[in-house]
Write a protein that binds this ligand. Structure first.
Ligand code: PSU
Ligand code: MN
Length: 303
């Protein structure tokens, strides 16, 4: 039996003609940002992809199907729905078999993108190794997915609420190329510089597309993490974010927040503490990542 994919008309047409397509995740909409900024951002990100000459395919799950491309009504319903499930690799098959409505994380979106024949995906920041993982064992499934599934993921690195040094170590162990764009440093989500050097650097979408193709020719199974820094005018310096991150982490610990709830809790806390500045930065970086992903998709579509 074929995987239960349901394409929107424009994504189906793009796939049939070999036009460039960029996958977009939905957990950032349902769990990463508050309403209505989540809906405005989802629309703006799709518009960025189109303006750069590619077709956006926002991915989510409902009615036993993987939705590849959401129409305006479906996007709005998802953004406004209060209790959407957060689906990662472990949840995807159960959610589909049971007909649940769910949003896909980076890991699950990569799986769905590959099934749909989409090679590039844009998001804000991937999940990674949480601070204190040596006792909590909280390591995002996004990392092992990058090692397994051949999709190039454009993000502003991993979210800065994480232990970025440990995240880089795990990605190195898993053989995932971490490629900074336009600078030598690994970006840190809201901030341009994590203080850690990125293992690799490529400044041109064509070069990133060629590296993606080469991995396929080598028979290497995983994808690439393209670490695109937030635009200068939108960044919040790491030193300014550090106390907000520390306060949010302390609160999560005190309230016993664990597992899937950790990342959404921290993002919401930090959004409140910065009076929306962190959210504005998050929106700016996702839009910027969508633009770069579209340029990579355009290069890949050239053959
Ligand atoms: N990027 C954002 N905001 C988000 C996420 C990414 O700017 O909310 C989501 C992605 O779906 C990512 C998830 O896969 O956070 C990580 O969750 P966890 O740490 O539980 O694996
Ligand atoms: Mn986790």
């Amino acid at each position: 039996m074929a995987p239960p994919l349901a394409f929107s008309a424009d994504v189906a047409a793009a796939r049939a003609s070999g036009a460039p397509v960029v996958a977009l995740e939905s957990t950032i909409i349902t769990h990463g940002m508050p309403f209505p900024q989540n809906l405005e951002t989802a629309r703006a990100v799709e518009a960025e992809v189109r303006a750069a000459g590619a077709v956006p395919a926002t991915i989510a799950v409902s009615g036993g199907r993987i939705r590849v491309g959401l129409d305006a009504d479906a996007l709005e319903a998802l953004a406004a729905a209060p209790d959407v499930r957060k689906l990662s690799r472990a949840d995807l098959a159960v959610a589909l078999a049971e007909g649940w409505t769910g949003a896909t994380t980076v890991a699950a979106t990569m799986i769905c993108a590959r099934l749909a024949g989409i090679e590039v995906f844009a998001t804000g920041g991937i999940g990674g190794v949480h601070r204190g993982a040596e006792t909590s064992f909280d390591v995002s499934a996004d990392l092992s997915e990058l090692a397994a599934t051949p999709v190039t993921v454009v993000a502003s690195g991993a979210k800065a609420i994480l232990d970025l040094a440990k995240t880089l170590e795990v990605l190195e162990t898993l053989g995932v190329p971490v490629i900074a764009v336009g600078q030598d440093a690994l970006p840190a989500f809201w901030s341009r510089d994590s203080g850690l050097p990125a293992p690799l650097r490529l400044d041109d979408p064509g070069a990133i597309a060629r590296a993606h193709r080469m991995r396929g020719w080598l028979g290497l199974p995983g994808g690439q993490l393209v670490a695109n820094p937030i635009p200068v005018e939108a960044e919040i310096p790491a030193a300014e974010m550090a106390p907000h991150i520390a306060a949010a982490l302390a609160r999560a610990e005190a309230e016993g927040v664990a597992a899937k709830a950790v990342t959404p809790f921290l993002l919401a806390e930090i959004g409140r503490a910065t009076e929306g500045r962190a959210l504005a930065a998050n929106i700016a970086l996702v839009r910027n990542n969508a633009r770069l992903a579209a340029r990579i998709a355009v290069e890949l579509a050239k053959g």
